[in-house]
Design a protein around this ligand. Structure first.
Ligand SMILES: Nc1nc2c(c(=O)[nH]1)N[C@H]1C(S)=C(S)[C@@H](COP(=O)(O)OP(=O)(O)OC[C@H]3O[C@@H](n4cnc5c(=O)[nH]c(N)nc54)[C@H](O)[C@@H]3O)O[C@H]1N2
Ligand SMILES: Nc1nc2c(c(=O)[nH]1)N[C@H]1C(S)=C(S)[C@@H](COP(=O)(O)OP(=O)(O)OC[C@H]3O[C@@H](n4cnc5c(=O)[nH]c(N)nc54)[C@H](O)[C@@H]3O)O[C@H]1N2
Ligand SMILES: [Mo]
Length: 832
């Protein structure tokens, strides 16, 4: 029976319970704009969500050449028809009246409209001048985790072999660089070992710094459905906030910020002490066990309890669950990745699985999670600081192989040092060695740390900034040339989610005005620059998305992320398919490492690894002696405290992150009325104890300040860990009315006014989750409440005598139809 549910008030919808080792029942969620009936829909066009890393498969409804709604795809392995609130409502932003429709160039200090020839002419003229005068090292490209595979691959070829620059990275640096690095450190190569189906089989699911309920709501529905079914899994949650995950956990540990490594070392200590290790697996598939055991020998729960400020007994309970699990699934995300020992901590989760032999079979998997929808492709295609196809920049034969694919001289591809990471690119621009920065699909003027610094870098006269976006974002406002991009729904391409599932996204409608797909913009630039291969032929031989995909397939051939068995026609109609997909695995590959470790041999590995504490890169000689046979590497690391810790002036720890209803800098979700209304402005979360001590109440306007800057917002009192503040990072200034950057007189509201320029030494991922801050009252709230949702981790704490905060609801315009599959009989899956 169909049901209609307000999916703002009930974000996860109705339950479809299922038991362990059964397949997840299908349920199709659909939403049509008010006044549109199913009969009016002319076409349903296949795609998947680009608002998180799940890849929820969906069809877009088209009426009169315009988008009119969405419905989930029941046949897809990822979501089995379900959609989350952002999937359901955010498409409305595409039709927003303030989309960029023409290119802009800066004249006399102001951005004015022009034609494409003028804008691209300026970009090309600047490139040529810089190449002549300063060489390729003066040009940097900062891209995204939200474009399509075909676009990243084209960008990687033109930047690395066309321009020959070392400076190409994605905002994936802020997002999944630790995921990639942790996989390289343990397995020698990027590539997600586990998959979402592991949720169907696990008896214990551990989530480290991962608010699955809000950031991948459809997979949380899957967990909720298992919790409601037979033989439910037990959850272990490591998060200092009372997330929905924490509320449903058997063991919830709320550690001090930045202490994940201490906690993980204690968990490993307990598992080794109680000998819950798989000695055969360790002997057959790993190196480094003795060093790991020695490193964690003194890391008792009592030791970690002091550092993390959680009860030692609780650490013991968590270790008991992890140690006794029959099929353990672990996920790791930003609560681990965006702190000072990010890679070192993420690697310990891999270690825990390796020593327990919990890998490569149903229910036993690690998900070093991705965040952005297409971050996986940024990594595969080498539009982050890696070479395409997970090739090793330190291995000359890998570089030669890439040069063969591109028909260029190996010397053309810069590989004399590690590729520049995004934080370093901004440093070079600050110092003046980078003079042109082409920013595509990211909004660093809100998303990078220490925004006052970022604004001053992007605002320099000597730096030529190109911004390629859908809207006149905070970043675009600082650019010299603004290129209007067509986006999801308006262009065709593919992308890959966090469990290696490749989806095709077909064009549904025309882009507004003169906006062009990113691929066309990059191809146009390459043509105007006349990039050539070593025989004088065109460097880039493709002309549209499908031919770009075919070119990428050739580049991926024989590599871990092998796409050779995929094609647009294969991806149309059914479910997404997981790479590697080739002659041997034509239906894709559910799990990696089912028969041992495949890509860690010194000749094939993507990386020779780094020192987990200092980040110093190892050489091939060291790697060969550590790991001659290409096994998994158990790498240990010693805990060191966060770089910035509270003191008298800044007595709080400050962390930042997300809320269910918004995506990043809100260029899309603020333009979807249902989502915007659910969390229309910034807020600050503090604990009951701290609010009482400071005499603060729900709704009071407070200021959070650090040595970098300050922000103001209303207070929400929650069950967050005492001593900790949380601020969502979604709120820039483009829609604040005054439309200009904060200054001394108008304090900002972006979390990144306060964050620090600092990063994990191994992955170079910036620290958004560990700062020290002060909190003060600015103005009494006068009975108002914080604009924070009540359905999420931001739910108000029950405080006796306090006013009730109105519940978050969406009303009529948020009603979504849910259609369970009537033919469902919960088949049991075969389990090896
Ligand atoms: N609704 C929504 N969903 C999204 C996105 C979005 O913007 N909005 N963005 C997508 C992207 S790009 C990403 S990267 C993912 C991010 O997804 P998540 O990582 O799940 O989201 P965050 O809110 O950044 O952080 C997760 C949790 O880390 C906790 N945390 C903070 N500090 C620490 C710490 O020191 N230790 C531990 N153990 N935990 C800590 C926070 O309390 C928070 O609940 O979400 C994706 N999905
Ligand atoms: N304080 C704090 N800061 C953080 C984080 C945090 O947890 N705390 N998280 C970090 C993480 S994990 C991430 S991923 C980043 C995200 O940070 P950003 O990438 O800067 O955030 P978005 O708002 O997603 O920016 C994407 C931009 O691309 C545009 N866009 C969308 N689709 C297209 C397209 O098809 N083509 C083009 N050309 N443009 C498009 C959008 O309009 C938007 O302006 O933020 C990071 N910053
Ligand atoms: Mo991210």
């Amino acid at each position: 029976m169909d049901s209609s549910v307000d999916r703002i008030a009930q974000p996860w919808g109705a339950r479809t319970p299922y038991g362990r080792h059964e397949s997840w029942p299908a349920r199709v969620d659909s939403y049509l704009a008010e006044g549109v009936t199913p009969e009016q829909v002319e076409r349903w066009v296949q795609t998947a969500s680009i608002l998180h890393s799940d890849g929820d498969a969906m069809d877009v409804a088209v009426v009169d050449g315009r988008m009119a709604g969405v419905r989930g795809r029941a046949q897809d392995r990822v979501n089995r028809g379900r959609l989350g609130p952002k999937d359901l409502f955010a498409w409305q932003a595409n039709a927003s009246s303030d989309r960029l429709t023409r290119p802009l160039v800066r004249r006399d200090g102001r951005l004015v409209e022009c034609d494409w020839d003028t804008a691209m002419g300026q970009v090309v003229a600047h490139t040529r001048k810089l190449l002549d005068e300063r060489g390729p090292g003066s040009i940097g490209f900062y891209t995204s985790g939200q474009l399509f595979l075909e676009e990243y691959y084209t960008l990687a070829v033109l930047a690395r072999a066309g321009i020959g620059t070392h400076h190409l990275d994605g905002n994936t640096r802020l997002c999944t660089s630790t995921a990639a690095e942790a996989l390289k450190e343990s397995f020698g190569c990027d590539g997600q070992p586990g998959c979402y189906d592991d949720i169907d089989h696990a008896d214990v699911i551990a989530l480290y710094g991962h608010n699955l309920a809000e950031t991948q709501p459809v997979q949380w529905m899957r967990v909720l459905d298992r919790l409601a079914g037979g033989d439910p899994p037990r959850l272990v949650c490591i998060d200092p906030r009372p997330t929905q995950v924490a509320r449903r956990a058997t063991v919830h540990l709320a550690p001090r910020l930045g202490t994940n490594l201490a906690l993980l070392n204690a968990l490993l200590h307990e598992i080794i002490r109680t000998d819950r290790v798989d000695h055969d697996y360790i002997a057959a598939h790993t190196v480094g066990f003795e060093e790991l055991a020695a490193r964690v020998e003194k890391c008792t729960p009592a030791w970690a309890a002091q550092i993390c400020d959680v009860p030692a007994a609780r650490i013991g309970e968590a270790a008991e669950l992890l140690g006794s699990a029959d099929r353990l699934l672990s996920t790791v995300l930003q609560g681990v990745y965006q702190s000072h020992q990010a890679t070192a901590a993420a690697v310990q989760v891999n270690n825990l699985h390796l020593i327990r032999g919990m890998l490569g079979c149903p229910g036993a998997g690690v998900l070093q999670m991705n965040g952005q929808p297409t971050a996986q492709n940024t990594r595969e295609c080498g539009a982050d600081g890696d070479l395409p196809g997970f090739r090793n920049w330190q291995n000359d034969s890998h570089v030669a192989d890439l040069a063969r694919v591109w028909n260029v001289d190996p010397k053309t591809i810069p590989h004399y040092a590690p590729p520049t990471h995004a934080m370093q690119m901004f440093r070079y621009a600050e110092q003046g060695s980078i003079r042109m920065m082409w920013i595509s699909g990211t909004n660093p003027a809100v998303s990078l740390p220490e925004l006052a610094r970022i604004r001053s870098i992007l605002g320099q006269d000597r730096l030529f900034v190109v911004a390629q976006d859908l809207f006149l974002t905070e970043t675009a406002q600082l650019a010299d040339v603004v290129l209007p991009a067509a986006t999801w729904g308006e262009k065709t391409g593919t992308f890959t989610n966090a469990d290696r599932t490749v989806h095709l996204s077909d064009k549904a409608v025309e882009p507004p005005g003169e906006a062009r797909p990113d691929l066309n913009i990059f191809l146009d630039y390459a043509a105007r620059m006349n990039f050539r291969d070593k025989d004088g032929g065109p460097l880039i031989t493709w002309h549209d998305s499908e031919s770009a995909f075919e070119a990428w397939k050739r580049c991926s051939a024989g590599r871990p992320c092998d796409y050779t068995g995929l094609s647009y026609s294969k991806l149309r109609g059914g479910s997404g398919v997981q790479w590697p997909c080739n002659d041997r695995t034509p239906d894709g590959t559910e799990r990696l490492y089912t028969d041992g470790i495949d890509w860690a041999h010194p000749d094939v590995c993507e990386s020779y690894g780094k020192d987990l504490v200092t980040g110093a890169a190892e050489e091939v000689v060291e790697y060969r002696s550590l790991n001659p046979d290409g096994k998994a590497m158990l790498k240990a690391a010693e805990y060191v405290p966060p770089h910035e810790t509270p003191d008298e002036d800044h007595p709080f720890q400050l962390t930042t992150g997300r809320t269910l209803y918004h995506f990043h800098t809100r260029t899309k979700t603020a333009r979807a009325p249902q989502l915007n209304a659910a969390a229309p402005d910034v807020w600050v979360e503090a604990s009951v104890a701290d609010a009482v001590a400071l005499g603060l109440d729900e709704g009071d306007v407070v200021e959070v300040s650090t040595p970098r800057g300050a922000l103001r917002g209303r207070l929400r009192v929650t069950d967050i860990r005492p001593g900790l503040l949380f601020v969502p990072f979604h709120y820039g200034y483009w829609d604040t009315g005054n439309g200009h950057a904060p200054d001394r007189d108008t304090p900002g509201r972006a979390a990144n006014e306060t964050t620090i320029t600092d990063w994990d030494p191994v992955s170079k991922q910036p620290l958004f989750k560990t700062a020290a801050a002060a909190l003060r009252l600015v103005e009494r709230g006068d009975g108002g409440s914080a604009p924070a949702p009540t359905t999420t981790a931001s739910a108000p704490a029950p405080v006796s005598g306090a006013r009730a905060v109105p519940a978050t609801t969406g009303g009529r315009s948020a009603h979504v139809t849910q259609t369970p599959d009537p033919t469902w009989d919960s088949p049991r899956k075969e389990v090896r």
